[in-house]
Design a binder for this molecule. Structure first.
Ligand SMILES: Nc1ncnc2c1ncn2[C@@H]1O[C@H](COP(=O)(O)OP(=O)(O)OP(=O)(O)O)[C@@H](O)[C@H]1O
Length: 779
C-alpha cells in the first residue's frame, strides 16, 4: 500500500467513525422524538383536563386564563423542540450519506500544531471528545477553504483576525459513506472537482455549489458590509448560485435575528422559481420568499381592469416593426421606465395637494349617497399641511359617519321589508334570542312585533351597508384610473419643454388603452406608485433582505419603487447588462442604484469567469459582446458550436429534427430549442411535428421539466440546458442591433452543446464572431 492509499484508508476510517457517531445520535434522537411526540399528543388530548376552568368571579377568571396560557406555552415549547429535533435528524441523515466535502489543516501563528478542519453542509459536534468533527461551511474558519491556497492565510473570527499557515487542502466526493474520490489541491478550489461537477448533465433543479465555491463568489456570499451589494458578471458566472448560497450564509450568520420569511427573492419568472427552489432545502435551510415583480405588483394593485403580462409586453416588443404605432409603444415603455416619469408623478402629487383630486360618488343600490364633488370639497377643506394619505383617512372616516346616517334612514325603504321576508330561519331565531336576552319582550304582542321588525330591518340594512363601509375604508372612493389618466391630458403636468419625445402619441396611446379597460405592463408600476402616494405607502419593514436576480431587466422606476417598498432592507442585486432583454432596460440601472444608495453604502463585485458553458461555447458567445476579453471561460472542453445554414425551410426543420433525435439517442437529458418569440415557437412546433419529439412551453408553467422543450427566449432566462438549438439564427430573426443581447442570452443557456440553424441570410452578428470559433455547414 503506497502512502496515498494509506491516507485514503485513514480518511475512510474517519468517515466511518463520523457516520457511526451520527448513527448513535440518530438513535438517541429517535427515542427522544418518539417521547416528545407522545408528550405533544398527550398535552393536546388532555389540554382541558389539565387546566382549571373557573369563571365564577374575576379573580377565578384571571387564574383560569393564566392556567390556559401556561398549558399553551408548554405545548408550543414542546412543539418547537420537536421541530428542532426533526431538523437535526434530517441533517444527521444527510451527514450519514456524505459527512463532508473538504478539509484544511491550519496552524495558527500562536500554535505549534495544526488543526484539522473538515467542512460539510452542517456542523457535527462530538460530545465525548468535545470537538467539532465537521464544521459548517459557513463557519468563520471555513472561509479559509474558499479564500486561500497553501501558505499564509487568515480569517475573520468574532474576536478578530486570526492568521496562520494553511498546510493542507483536500477535497472529497463521498457518497453512501464511501469516499469516491479525494484530491489534494494547491490552488484555491481545485479544478478537478469543479471539472467533475460542471461536466455533469443539467438538472431540472439547480444544485448547491458549496463544495466548489470560488474565491470571488465567496466574497459575495459573505459580504455583510454595505446596504447594497451589486454583483455584475457574464452569463453563467454563478451570480444566481452565489446569491442562493448567500441566503444560506445570512440565515446562518444571523440565525438569532433573521428568518427565511424576512428574505425576499425577486426572480424573472415562475419557471425560474421552481428551478432554484431546491438549493436551500438541500443546504438544510428553509426557502426564502420568492416572487416575481409582476406577481407583487398584481397583488398590490387590486384593480378591476386587465393587467398585461410582462411576457405579452415582451412579445409586443420583439415583434415590433418600424410603424408609428409600434414605435410609440416602444417610446412609451422607455419613458415610463424612467426616473423622469417618477419625477413627473411627484410634480403631479404636489399639485394634487392643492387641487385636482378626483373621486367617485359613494353609491348604495345605484343611488348616489354622497356626490364626488362633495367628497372633493371635504378633501380640500382640510389644511394643505396634512398629507394626502392622512386627508384620505380623514375623508374615509367622515364618509363612514355620513353613510351611517343614510343607513338609519334606509331602514324604512320598501326593499328592506322584502329582504326580511327572505331571511333565513336561523337568522330569525338568532335575532329572537337576542331580543329575549335583552328582555325586550312585553305582554303586548303588537309592541313585540314592532320591536322585532325594527331589529330585523336594522339587521338587514346593516348587512347591506357592510360591504360599502368596507370599500370606503379601503379608500376605493378615489378615482385612481381617472387620476392616472389625467397625467396624460394635453394640459397635464408636463410642460412642452420637458416633454419626452413622442409625448403626444404616448398620451393618446395611454388614454386609449386605459379607456379600453387595459393596463399595459409599463403602466403597472407607475400606477401602483401613484396609488401608494395617494393612499399611503404600504412599506414592508419586516423584510430585512431583498435579492433581485436578473436585475438588468428592471427599469430605474421599478428599482426606485422596490427601494421605497422595503425601507429597512438590505439589497443584493445581481445581473448582467449584456443580457438586458427588455425594452425598458436602457442605460445602466446598476449605476442608478449605486447613485441612490451612495458610494459608502454600496459594494460592487464583478465576476468574470464563466462556469456554465464549455470553453468552446464561451469563446463563441463572448464575441457577441463589446468587450469579449472580459469573459474568461472555465477550462472545460467540448465540441465547438455548430452552425447549419439552409436556403429551403423544409431542409431546415429536417436538420433541426435530426439533431434533436441524435441528442436524444445520446441520452442528453435537457434539450432546448430556443426561439425568439412565441410565434416562432409555434411555427417550430408545427414544422417539427412528426419529425422529432419536443414539448412546446409558452407560458410560465410552474415547473421546469427534463426532456426536449421548444421555448421562447425570454422564458429561458436564468436557466440552463445540456444542449441548446437556436432555431433560426437568421437576419430575419436576429437582425437589429437591439437584438444582440437577446441572441447572447439565448446562446449562453447551453452547457455542453450549442447548435445554431439559420433559414436564409445569416444574422449580422456572425460578422463579429471569428470563424474558427464554430463549425459552419452551408447547404
Ligand atoms: N463555484 C461553482 N461550482 C460549481 N458550479 C458552479 C459554480 N459557480 C457556478 N456554477 C455553475 O455554473 C452554472 C451557472 O451558474 P448561475 O446560473 O448561478 O450563473 P448566472 O451568473 O446566474 O448565469 P446567468 O446570468 O446566465 O443567468 C450553474 O450550473 C452553476 O451550478
Amino acid at each position: 500500500m503506497n502512502q496515498w492509499e494509506k491516507e485514503w484508508q485513514t480518511e475512510q476510517e474517519r468517515v466511518n467513525s463520523v457516520v457511526e457517531k451520527a448513527a448513535q445520535k440518530i438513535r438517541q434522537l429517535e427515542a427522544h422524538l418518539g417521547g416528545k411526540k407522545e408528550d405533544v399528543v398527550d398535552i393536546r388530548k388532555n389540554f382541558w383536563e389539565d387546566v382549571t376552568v373557573n369563571l365564577e368571579d374575576a379573580d377565578e377568571a384571571i387564574e383560569t386564563a393564566a392556567s390556559i396560557k401556561q398549558q399553551a406555552e408548554l405545548l408550543s415549547e414542546l412543539e418547537r423542540s420537536h421541530k428542532n429535533a426533526e431538523e437535526q435528524m434530517k441533517s444527521l441523515v444527510r451527514l450519514s450519506d456524505s459527512p463532508y466535502f473538504g478539509r484544511i489543516d491550519f496552524k495558527e501563528k500562536s500554535d505549534t500544531a495544526s488543526q484539522q478542519i473538515y467542512l460539510g453542509i452542517a456542523s457535527f459536534y462530538d460530545e465525548e471528545k468535545d470537538e467539532f468533527m465537521v464544521f459548517d461551511w459557513r463557519a468563520p474558519i471555513s472561509s479559509l477553504y474558499y479564500d486561500y491556497s497553501l501558505g499564509t492565510a487568515e480569517y475573520e473570527a468574532p474576536g478578530g483576525v486570526i492568521s496562520g499557515e494553511m498546510e493542507l487542502k483536500r477535497q472529497y466526493i463521498i457518497r453512501n459513506a464511501t469516499i469516491k474520490s479525494m484530491f489534494d489541491t494547491g490552488v484555491t478550489i481545485g479544478d478537478e472537482l469543479l471539472q467533475e461537477v460542471l461536466s455533469r448533465q443539467a438538472n431540472p433543479q439547480m444544485k448547491s455549489i458549496v463544495a466548489t465555491i470560488q474565491k470571488e463568489q465567496n466574497q459575495i456570499i459573505r459580504n455583510t458590509k454595505g446596504s447594497l451589494l451589486i454583483v455584475q458578471g457574464a452569463a453563467g458566472c454563478g451570480k444566481t448560485s452565489a446569491a442562493l448560497q448567500r441566503v444560506a450564509y445570512l440565515l446562518y450568520r444571523y440565525r438569532e435575528t433573521l428568518s427565511a420569511n424576512q428574505i425576499v427573492l425577486f426572480s424573472p419568472n415562475n419557471v425560474f422559481n421552481s428551478y432554484v427552489s431546491n438549493v436551500l432545502p438541500e443546504l438544510g435551510e428553509e426557502n426564502m420568499m420568492q416572487t416575481t415583480f409582476q406577481q407583487y405588483i398584481h397583488h398590490h394593485l387590486g384593480i378591476s381592469f386587465h393587467l398585461e403580462d410582462p411576457l405579452e409586453q415582451m412579445e409586443a416588443v420583439l415583434t415590433a416593426g418600424e410603424g408609428p404605432q409600434d414605435q410609440t409603444r416602444l417610446a412609451s415603455i422607455q419613458y415610463k421606465a424612467s426616473l423622469d416619469f417618477m419625477d413627473m408623478i411627484e410634480t403631479y402629487i404636489s399639485r394634487l395637494r392643492k387641487e385636482g383630486m378626483i373621486f367617485k360618488p359613494v353609491k348604495f343600490r345605484g343611488k348616489a349617497l354622497i356626490p364626488a364633488e362633495e367628497i372633493q370639497e371635504k378633501f380640500y377643506s382640510y389644511s394643505p399641511s396634512v398629507s394626502i394619505p392622512n386627508r384620505m383617512k380623514l375623508v374615509s372616516e367622515w364618509l363612514v359617519r355620513e353613510v351611517r346616517k343614510f343607513e338609519k334612514a334606509e331602514r324604512n325603504e320598501p326593499w328592506v321589508e322584502e329582504k326580511i321576508q327572505l331571511l333565513d330561519k336561523d337568522v330569525y331565531v338568532k335575532l329572537y334570542q337576542k331580543l329575549q336576552k335583552k328582555k325586550q319582550y312585553s305582554d303586548n304582542t303588537f309592541n313585540d312585533f314592532e320591536r322585532e321588525q325594527k331589529l330585523l330591518s336594522a339587521y338587514v340594512v346593516s348587512r347591506a351597508f357592510k360591504p360599502l363601509k368596507k370599500r370606503i375604508k379601503g379608500l376605493t372612493f378615489v378615482n385612481l384610473k381617472a387620476l392616472y389618466m389625467s397625467l396624460f391630458k394635453e394640459d397635464g403636468v408636463v410642460s412642452p419643454a420637458e416633454a419626452p419625445s413622442k409625448w403626444k402619441e404616448i398620451r393618446l396611446l395611454t388614454a386609449k388603452t386605459l379607456a379600453d379597460g387595459e393596463l399595459y405592463y409599463e403602466d403597472a408600476t407607475p400606477f401602483l406608485y401613484l396609488k401608494e402616494r395617494i393612499e399611503g405607502f404600504q412599506t414592508n419593514t419586516a423584510v430585512r433582505h431583498v435579492f433581485i436576480d436578473e436585475a438588468q431587466d428592471y427599469s430605474p422606476f421599478q428599482f426606485a419603487f422596490i427601494q421605497r417598498l422595503f425601507p429597512r432592507s438590505k439589497m443584493t442585486v445581481l445581473g448582467d447588462l449584456n443580457q438586458s432583454i427588455y425594452a425598458h432596460s436602457t442605460g445602466d440601472a446598476f449605476q442608478m442604484m449605486y447613485d441612490r444608495f451612495g458610494r459608502e453604502n454600496t459594494e460592487r463585485i464583478i465576476l468574470t469567469r464563466s462556469y456554465r458553458s464549455t470553453r468552446q461555447i464561451v469563446e463563441f458567445t463572448r464575441e457577441l459582446l463589446d468587450e469579449p476579453d472580459k469573459v474568461i471561460p472555465f477550462n472545460r472542453d467540448g465540441e465547438k458550436p455548430v452552425l447549419k445554414q439552409f436556403s429551403a425551410s423544409g431542409e431546415h426543420s429536417r436538420a433541426v429534427a435530426e439533431t434533436i433525435k441524435q441528442l436524444q439517442n445520446e441520452q442528453v437529458k435537457t434539450i432546448a430549442v430556443i426561439c425568439k418569440t412565441e410565434q416562432e415557437c409555434k411555427e417550430a412546433h408545427e414544422a417539427l411535428k412528426g419529425q422529432a419529439e419536443a414539448e412546446l412551453m409558452l407560458k410560465e408553467s410552474s415547473s421546469f421539466k427534463q426532456g426536449t422543450l421548444i421555448i421562447p427566449s425570454y422564458l429561458a432566462k436564468g436557466i440552463e440546458f445540456d444542449a441548446v438549438l437556436v432555431y433560426d439564427a437568421s437576419k430575419e430573426v436576429y437582425g437589429k442591433d437591439s437584438e444582440r443581447k437577446l441572441f447572447y442570452t439565448v446562446c449562453t443557456r447551453a452547457m455542453h452543446e450549442l447548435h445554431l440553424f439559420a433559414k436564409g441570410e445569416l444574422s449580422p452578428f456572425f460578422d463579429r464572431i471569428p470563424s474558427d470559433t464554430f463549425l459552419a455547414e452551408i447547404k
